[in-house]
Design a protein around this ligand. Structure first.
Ligand code: G3P
Ligand code: CA
Length: 291
């Protein structure tokens, strides 16, 4: 075969290989994921498009989105039930329509509280709806979405699944880890699992004391969840080992110190939420080079 055909064949084969890797992307215990907590929230106002863009640039495999619901039933990205902390107004998210919510300044608070990272442009940032985020990023990023306060917002899960379908982000067996859904509410996750059993679900857990995982809890979790998201400061190596031996992914929140990132990785966690995606990406890269 002439050499130029051999080169073309090799090139085509490599391109096909790359694209199938992306399409077959799955959450695997063998590959660690960096989760950009509220975007790159150490460096930019949390839950804004700017914060999510920065997280992706800093190496996050997933952008993390907390969801609340507006008066007119739209899903919006915000951590708190009220707008008080992260905008220039006060009140419950559910007392605003989406249009009203998007009049608010979602960035000036950050400039005041983090002068080292302040940017005048942040004062023009808006609260994005989930649909805004999907329109902006499409399938160029992976999404790690939390149903916050689902008891307050009937229909939240149905609206989330509707949007995920509309934007073609779920439904493909090949691409089943484009979206991960997390919640502290097992009821919310079970509702999603009944509708869409292919979406990987992470049960968030907030331990008040040293974490323990009983066999009974593991059996319950295995019915609907792909893994758990415990608070990092209450877990240890034994906890991680037990979860992983039972086939559960372990994605602790929120690890911001480099020494804790290294410790968690050595214990065998399979991903972590961080405000510093750049640091965690570097920790993983150094860890991989040593292996
Ligand atoms: O979702 C994981 C972690 O983000 C949970 O804590 O309060 O930041 O949503 P919170
Ligand atoms: Ca969260």
């Amino acid at each position: 075969m002439p050499i130029k055909f051999v080169i073309i064949f090799i090139l085509l084969f490599s391109i096909a290989g790359c694209s199938s890797l992306k399409e077959d992307f799955t959450v695997s215990p063998d590959s660690f994921i960096v989760i950009g907590h509220r975007g790159a929230s150490a460096y930019a106002p949390e839950h804004t498009i700017a914060s999510y863009e920065m997280a992706a640039q800093l190496g996050a495999d997933y952008i993390e989105i907390d969801l609340q619901m507006t008066k007119d039933g739209k899903l919006a990205a915000m951590h708190d039930q009220t707008v008080d902390r992260t905008t220039d107004r006060s009140g419950a998210v559910q007392s605003f329509t989406l249009e009203e919510l998007q009049q608010l300044d979602a960035g000036s608070w950050f400039n005041r509280e983090h002068p080292g990272y302040a940017d005048p442009a942040y004062s023009r940032l808006k609260v994005p709806s989930l649909e805004d985020i999907f329109q902006h990023f499409g399938s160029s990023v992976n999404y790690y979405i939390e149903t916050k306060s689902p008891d307050l917002y009937p229909g939240m899960e149905a609206e989330l699944l509707r949007l995920l379908h509309e934007y073609g982000l779920i439904g493909s067996k090949k691409d089943n880890a484009r979206v991960i859904i997390q919640s502290f509410s097992s009821k919310s996750l079970e509702r999603i699992h009944r509708e869409e059993s292919d979406i990987p679900l992470i049960q968030l857990i907030s331990y008040k004391e040293k974490a323990e995982l009983t066999d009974h809890e593991i059996k319950k979790l295995q019915k609907y969840a792909a893994g758990i998201g415990p608070n990092y400061n209450m877990i240890d190596e034994e906890y991680v080992k037990k979860a992983r031996e039972n086939g559960l992914l372990v994605h602790p929140y929120t690890i911001n110190k480099q020494n804790e990132m290294e410790e968690g990785v050595a214990w065998g966690i399979t991903g972590a939420f961080t405000d510093f995606s750049d640091t965690l990406t570097e920790v993983i890269s150094n860890h991989d080079q040593k292996e």
